[in-house]
Design a protein around this ligand. Structure first.
Ligand code: UDP
Ligand code: MG
Length: 324
């Protein structure tokens, strides 16, 4: 399954793809061109995340023309994180590189990632965004807010974090041992530690098409990231409760005093305000607890993280190992 059978190290490039028919061929050609002159053997592990366009036929075609290409098609759209997870499980390389399939992670950086891995002996070579490319202002602000909250809550540094990285076999095996369903790839790799070297890169323009991440998808990922890496929001509920207790002792004392002094007449506004404030705090607290509960529920159900419906390795029959 490699380009040339040899004792050169094997590097797997895992690429999650969703509705990328417009860019895929050109992108794969650029990767193959770059890797064919590098001092390693390679395989391309393409995970089609339930695309409805021509992405899968294109992957099959690529796999037919080159034995270095391996394609897996998920049974529906499971989201980028789980598509990466599928790719990591299928990858067989001594090192695995994860990158986007839309051309935004430049193929020209691959030799440098590999060189650094071999030269430095580091377990993770992390490509760090120099700038955030041509993102909209709302996306930038959203990302800044999310990462600063996540950093404060979890204590990990996510500055310039991207999913573009090389991981050694040891790290991939360690990653695969984390069986959680709420997958947040970059957070989980940051959590693992290991020696990491960084390499800056400029986010390229999308070759064509458009980002399929809606605001809702981004928000969901942000909530997954925060709940998976911190239980601080739950402590916030306790903290808010404590604050209200102090406040209620003060207000209760004052009300009682006015009552005993026979001056308890007005106070309608206070009652309404208290109702509203306490009501909304209670609902937010329930929401936070519910969020954790829903995630615990998802974890205990123990369903497979994704399902593979087709693969280029078993053309006719669905793979037998489809349960992971
Ligand atoms: N992607 C995926 N599943 C999804 C959405 C995206 O596998 O549900 C892939 C997509 O094909 C691309 C990568 O994830 O290779 C990054 O997606 P995109 O460019 O839409 O995100 P952005 O660059 O805006 O973060
Ligand atoms: Mg992109």
């Amino acid at each position: 399954m490699v380009d040339t059978p040899s004792d050169k190290p094997l590097v797997s490039v895992v690429i999650p793809v969703f509705q990328e028919a417009g860019v895929l061929q050109v992108f794969l050609a650029s990767i193959r061109q770059v890797l064919s002159v590098s001092p390693v053997s390679y395989e391309l592990v393409l995970v089609d995340d339930g695309s409805s366009d021509d992405t899968w036929p294109l992957i099959m075609q690529e796999a037919k023309s080159s034995s270095a290409v391996r394609g897996f098609r998920l049974s529906r759209n499971f989201g980028k994180e789980l598509a990466i997870c599928a790719g990591l499980e299928k990858a067989r390389g001594d090192a695995v590189i994860v990158m986007d399939g839309d051309g935004q992670h430049p193929a020209s950086l691959l030799p440098e990632l590999i060189r650094l891995w071999q030269a430095s002996g580091a377990d993770v070579v992390q490509a760090v965004k120099r700038t955030r490319g041509e993102e909209s202002l709302s996306n930038r602000v959203g990302a800044l807010l999310f990462y600063s909250i996540l950093e404060k809550l979890s204590g990990f540094d996510f500055k310039g974090a991207s999913d573009f990285k090389l991981m050694s076999r040891k790290v991939v095996d360690a990653w695969l041992r984390m069986g959680e369903r709420n997958v947040f790839f970059r957070g989980m790799t940051a959590w693992m530690g290991f020696t990491t070297v960084q390499i800056p890169f400029e986010v390229a323009r999308r070759a064509s098409g458009h980002s399929t991440w809606s605001y809702l998808k981004r928000l969901k990922l942000a909530i997954t990231g925060i709940t998976a890496f911190s239980s601080m929001p739950l402590q916030f509920v306790t903290f808010a409760g404590g604050l209200f207790l102090v406040f209620s002792i003060f207000l209760g004392g004052q009300t009682l005093y006015l009552k005993l002094a026979g001056r308890a007449v007005s106070g309608f506004a206070t009652v309404i305000l208290l109702e509203l404030i306490i009501g909304s705090f209670l609902m937010i607290s329930l929401g936070i607890i519910g969020e954790y509960l829903a995630r615990i529920y998802r974890e205990v159900k123990g369903r497979p993280r994704y399902l593979v419906s087709q693969s280029t390795e078993t053309d006719k029959n669905p793979p037998q190992d489809f349960l992971l």
